[in-house]
Design a protein around this ligand. Structure first.
Ligand code: SF4
Ligand code: SF4
Length: 383
């Protein structure tokens, strides 16, 4: 396992993300506890010492399941990260209550790492609003030993990242951002990396394979990469790109099954770096892909709880992206997949109420996307 230095700690460069744990029959809230326990055992045996959960993951059950899975190990043998759910503005006045509940759910009286979760354009005013006293409270928790290291995750644009750092930067010890070879240009992640360098903050990476999107490339791109290194998987390309960035310390991967975990561990046991040519090829491919106009959904599912129709928004967007990828040309696989859903779960069931949109860290105009997908489906069947 590759380890990175952080202050007095050696952190495994691969972090165990608990936001996409295996679930029972597709039910988000029902985590497969036994499989998760086996995966945590495998991770611990393989040297992974960083475990990342959050209040909202798996509809509140990720913290509980990770507590169960890690209970077999001495508390000091792993590092636990949790986050304050300020992406929901209703929580801003409840920091104390939520923090104590989180310690209870996680069966611990301290978090090694604690983050302001998902700082973005929609919540930064409230995160910085002194009336909520958030920073003061978390600094107090740190002084009392309940937080060892304080940081934040940011889905916002570079200006928002900078604004947060200007206000709270002197107290931040690390920052978690969405970073991968596609977003390097597509969402200008490079700029965020540069800003964090200015503040001398190490980077924790989320969405290293963009919710699986970078594991499923167009054939022409896969062929291009295979010509350079036929023995390298797409996951290997994605992780090795990140390991080549000096300030990247922990790369979080949302662990969904044993096969994925095992592949990730193998990758992080090999320190081979990408050559400059390989690195540039990835960035070039990312720039090419970005021009196809797909929606940057990461399947984080923050939006779904606010949809009165119970639409599986990320799933529908993922299907719609197949259409967008082909520049609007009919895509029968996604069209049939959408049409096979119950009528009240199809994009046409969208009420265009916009309730979901403030929750989206990627600022996707979800209502427009539902309309666009509906139009594409109708056009397909009108042919
Ligand atoms: S705009 Fe559509 S997808 Fe979004 S919450 Fe309303 S009904 Fe659901
Ligand atoms: S639409 Fe936005 S909030 Fe919903 S899953 Fe995708 S990225 Fe997340």
């Amino acid at each position: 396992m590759i380890y990175k230095d952080f202050k007095d700690k050696k952190l495994s460069a691969l972090g165990f993300g608990a936001m996409r744990l295996p679930v029972v029959e597709g039910r988000e809230a029902e985590v497969n506890r036994e499989l998760t326990r086996q995966m945590v055992t495998k991770a611990m045996d393989s040297g992974i010492n960083y475990y990342d959960t959050a209040w909202g993951y798996h509809e509140g059950n990720s913290e509980l399941v990770m507590n169960e899975a890690l209970a077999a190990y001495p508390r000091e043998s792993y590092y636990l990260a949790d986050k304050f759910p300020g992406y929901d503005l209703a929580n801003m006045s409840k920091a104390q209550e939520i923090f104590h509940e989180q310690m209870k759910k996680c069966g611990t009286d301290y978090f090694d790492f604690y983050l302001f979760h998902n700082v973005c354009e929609m919540n930064i005013d409230e995160y910085l609003n002194p009336e909520h006293g958030l920073l003061e409270f978390f600094l107090q928790m740190k002084a009392e030993g309940h937080i060892r290291h304080l940081g934040f995750s940011c889905h916002g644009r570079a200006g928002t990242l900078r604004r947060f750092l200007e206000a709270y930067g002197e107290h931040m010890e690390f920052c978690q951002i969405q970073l991968n070879w596609f977003d390097w240009s597509f969402q200008n992640a490079k700029e965020s990396v540069d800003i964090l360098k200015e503040y001398d903050l190490p980077i924790w990476v989320m969405e290293p394979v963009r919710g699986g999107r970078l594991l499923n490339l167009d054939e022409k791109y896969t062929v291009r990469l295979n010509e350079m290194r036929p023995d390298r998987s797409l996951a290997d390309w994605a992780f090795r790109f990140l390991l080549g960035i000096d300030s990247v310390t922990v790369v979080l991967s949302g662990m969904s099954d044993m096969e994925q975990l095992t592949e990730n561990i193998d990758i992080f046991c090999d320190e081979t770096k990408l050559s400059a040519e390989e690195n540039n090829t990835l960035i070039e491919i990312g720039e090419e892909m970005g021009k196809t106009g797909t929606l940057p959904c990461t399947a984080c599912r923050y939006c779904t709880s606010h949809c009165p129709q119970g639409l599986d928004i990320p799933d529908l967007i993922s299907m719609y992206n197949q259409v967008l990828f082909k520049k609007g040309e009919a895509d029968f696989i996604s069209t049939f997949a959408a049409k096979s859903l119950d009528e009240d779960k199809q994009p046409s069931a969208c009420l265009h109420c916009h309730s979901c949109e403030p929750l989206c860290p990627q600022q996707i105009k979800i209502s427009d996307a539902m309309q666009g997908f509906e139009d594409a489906i109708n056009a397909f069947f009108a042919q």
